[in-house]
Design a protein around this ligand. Structure first.
Ligand code: SF4
Length: 386
C-alpha cells in the first residue's frame, strides 16, 4: 500500500526531465514544448524546489545514476546545469562512481555546453542523431543535418566524453534496408561506446503519425525484420553487445541508469511528465508546465497519478522489462514475486516458442532469441497476461 506518509528509500536513480526543444520533431510523442524566451528561467527555480522538497521528505538518498532526459537537456545554459548539479550534490549522496547521463541534440551541443557538462561531472552523453541521411532527417522534422550530427559527436570527444552514445531510428517511411545500414555504418565509424537503434513508431496525434502517406510508405514487415536482424549482426561484428531489444554497447558500457529501471530498482523522476517508482508506489508528474509548477508550489509532490502497484502488477512488469533484455527473466525471482511457476503455467506456449527458437531457457533464465525479440510484444503478451 502507498501510505499517506511518504515512502522512504535508501537508494534511487534520478531522472530529470528538461521539457524544452528547439522545435517539435514530426514523430515526437514525448512531453516537450518549443523553447520560448523566459521558459528556462521559470523552470529552473521550480526544479530546484522540487529537488529540495524530495530531499526534505526522503533524507539523503543514495543516488547511483542520474539521467537528464527530455526534451533537449543540451538547451540548458551552463549556469543552470551547474545549479542543478550543485543542488543534487548538496541534497543527495551521489555515488562516487555515479553514472551521470545526458541526452543532447546535435544543433545545441555547443563546445561551451559540452565542456560545461563535463566540468559538472556528466560522464555519459547520448546524442540524438537519428539518421546520417539529410532527407531522412528532414522527413523526421529534425532541426539538424547529418553533418551537424557528425560534428557534434566529434566535439563531444574533444570535450572529453569517453562514454558516448548515439541514438538512431530505423524503419522510416520509404526507407530501404540499404539506406538504414548506411546510417548505421556511419554511426559505427564514430566508434561510440553505445548505440540505441529504435524502430520508428508512428504515434497518433503527431504530424507524421497523422500523415496517411507516411503510414502507407512504412517498410513492409519483411523489410523491417531484415533491418532488425541485420542491425544486430552488423553491430555484433563491430564489437557491440546487444543488451536490450534496441540497445547495444561495448563491453562495460551498457547504460546503468536504464538497466536499473529495467531491473525494477527505484527511481525518482523530477520535472514535468517525469514518472517515479519507489517500492510499490508510482506517480507521474503532470504533462503540463503550469500544472507541474502548481504541484511543486503547493508542495504536493508525489501525489499526481499516484498508484500502488499490486504484487501481480509488479511481477507482470518485471516479466515485461526482463524479457526485453539480453539477460532475460530470472524464473526463480519471478516465482517469488508472483507466486507462480511460469514454466508450468504456460507450458504449451513455452514449448511452442522453444520449438520455433523464439526463446531459450538456460541456467534458470528465460530469454528471447534475436528472432524472438522481433516479435517480443506478442511473446510478452502471451506469457505475461492471461
Ligand atoms: S528533440 Fe526529442 S524530445 Fe524534442 S521534439 Fe525532437 S524527438 Fe521530441
Amino acid at each position: 500500500m502507498c501510505a499517506d506518509a511518504p515512502p522512504t528509500q535508501p537508494s534511487a536513480s534520478l531522472y530529470i526531465h528538461v521539457p524544452f526543444c528547439r522545435a517539435k520533431c514530426g514523430y515526437c510523442a514525448f512531453f516537450s514544448e518549443p523553447l520560448r524566451p523566459g521558459a528556462l528561467d521559470a523552470y529552473l527555480p521550480l526544479l530546484l524546489d522540487e529537488i529540495g522538497l524530495w530531499a526534505a521528505r526522503l533524507g539523503r538518498l543514495f543516488v547511483p545514476t542520474v539521467f537528464f532526459g527530455g526534451g533537449t537537456p543540451s538547451l540548458l545554459p551552463p549556469e543552470a546545469l551547474a545549479r542543478i548539479m550543485d543542488a543534487l550534490r548538496s541534497r543527495f549522496d551521489l555515488a562516487p562512481d555515479a553514472e551521470i547521463s545526458m541526452e543532447a541534440n546535435p544543433e545545441s551541443a555547443s563546445p561551451d555546453f559540452l565542456r560545461a557538462a563535463r566540468a559538472q561531472g556528466v560522464n555519459r552523453l547520448s546524442l540524438g542523431v537519428q539518421s546520417f541521411r539529410d532527407e531522412e532527417l528532414a522527413l523526421l522534422g529534425r532541426p539538424h543535418t547529418a553533418r551537424q550530427a557528425w560534428e557534434a559527436a566529434t566535439r563531444a570527444r574533444g570535450a572529453g566524453f569517453a562514454n558516448l552514445g548515439l541514438d538512431l531510428i530505423w524503419g522510416l517511411p520509404a526507407q530501404r534496408e540499404s539506406q538504414w545500414l548506411e546510417s548505421l555504418r556511419r554511426a559505427v565509424e564514430l566508434a561510440p561506446e553505445h548505440l540505441s537503434c529504435y524502430g520508428l513508431t508512428l504515434e497518433p496525434g503527431t504530424p507524421l503519425g497523422d500523415d496517411p502517406e507516411a503510414r502507407n510508405q512504412l517498410p513492409p514487415e519483411r523489410e523491417l525484420a531484415r533491418m532488425y536482424i541485420h542491425t544486430g549482426e552488423l553491430l555484433e561484428d563491430a564489437g557491440y553487445l546487444q543488451y536490450e531489444i534496441s540497445n547495444y554497447a561495448r563491453l562495460g558500457h551498457a547504460c546503468r541508469h536504464n538497466q536499473a529501471c529495467w531491473e525494477g530498482r527505484d527511481y525518482l523522476g523530477l520535472g514535468p511528465a517525469a514518472t517515479s517508482t519507489l517500492g510499490p508506489c508510482r506517480w507521474t508528474n503532470p504533462e503540463d508546465l503550469r500544472a507541474w509548477a502548481e504541484l511543486v508550489r503547493a508542495q504536493r509532490i508525489g501525489l499526481h497519478q499516484r498508484e500502488t502497484l499490486s504484487p501481480e502488477i509488479r511481477a507482470q512488469e518485471r516479466l515485461m522489462l526482463a524479457l526485453r533484455t539480453a539477460k532475460g527473466l530470472d524464473l526463480a525471482e519471478y516465482r517469488s514475486l508472483s507466486g507462480q511457476n511460469l514454466l508450468t503455467r504456460h507450458k504449451a506456449i513455452i514449448q511452442a516458442l522453444r520449438q520455433k527458437e523464439l526463446i531459450r531457457i538456460h541456467q534458470g533464465r528465460l530469454r528471447l532469441t534475436r528472432t524472438g525479440m522481433l516479435v517480443s510484444n506478442s511473446i510478452i503478451r502471451a506469457l505475461g497476461f492471461d
